[in-house]
Design a protein around this ligand. Sequence first.
Ligand SMILES: [Zn+2]
Length: 334
Amino acid sequence: MSEPLLLGKNAVKREILDYLICPECLPEENSLRLGNFRCLDGEIIEGRLECGCCGKAYLISEGIACFEKGKSKKPRSIGPQPSDLRSPTSVYESPEVLSAYLWTHYADLFGDPDVTQAYSEWAGQIAPVSGAALDTGCATGRFSFEMSAKCDLVIGVDASMSFVSTARRIMRERKLAFRIREEGLIHTEKSFSLRPEWDSAKVEFVVADAEALPFRSGSFACVASLNLIDKTPRPLEHIKEACRAARAGNAQLLISDPFSWSEQVCESEKWLGGTPYGRFAGAGIDNVARLLSEEDQRAGPAWRVTRRGAVWWKIRNHRNHFELIRSLFLKAER
Ligand SMILES: [Zn+2]
């Protein structure tokens, strides 16, 4: 199975070019022109995606396209991280956090009894649909691979270069071996393979900002934001961007979050819940549902929330230390 998939992967890389716009120019949607590129086996390995309007160039390096808006290099990636791994800078680029996310995403594939079934449960909310899916805050890619069994093309985006390069490696090789911490300095190696029904030829991963997505409006049949809202410094912008990227009709949206608001990530004035006063007083999940029910110039037509629920999601720090997180979700359609 791996050979045709590897051949197909090369087509995907070019296919995403049709979706791309300059994030710096938003809300204007200006095309990007591919220049100075070098291909290997049909895949663009190096190149520049240039905006003819603002002049900004986004680099493709070692097959990874990077669309960060450029001012801030602070990583803004998904989900809660193990508390004793937190550091002021680049937490999502550290090997320990990468290992923790790989465990969370893939430990069921090597039979670890401690992991939850969060990704299968989230994927179960999405009906198969023709068209492309967008996985914002994809981390090491599990939900993107799940979506490859339901959609024609999946683009995963994350602000972490470490996550995206690892997700692309899994996409290419369909397997990975990595180390997890057992206790102190003792580690063991774990390995997994992607499920046969996950078509990695349909999946691509890029580095981008979830609050300024480099995609044309109305591009995606399905958009997901899993454990990202409380990890972004501008959650309202992120939700509007996720909605903008989705089609105006026949579209599905899955938003899930534990709403662990933190001043370290986002000023409390910008939280979408968790405060007793202001526009977003009360519970984040209710405020997100209300936002989705309103038409918005940028976000597009209103959504109909069709399901609400919760998924247990777990992060592993070491053999005897886990964090258990309840992620509240909304499934919406329009
Ligand atoms: Zn531009």
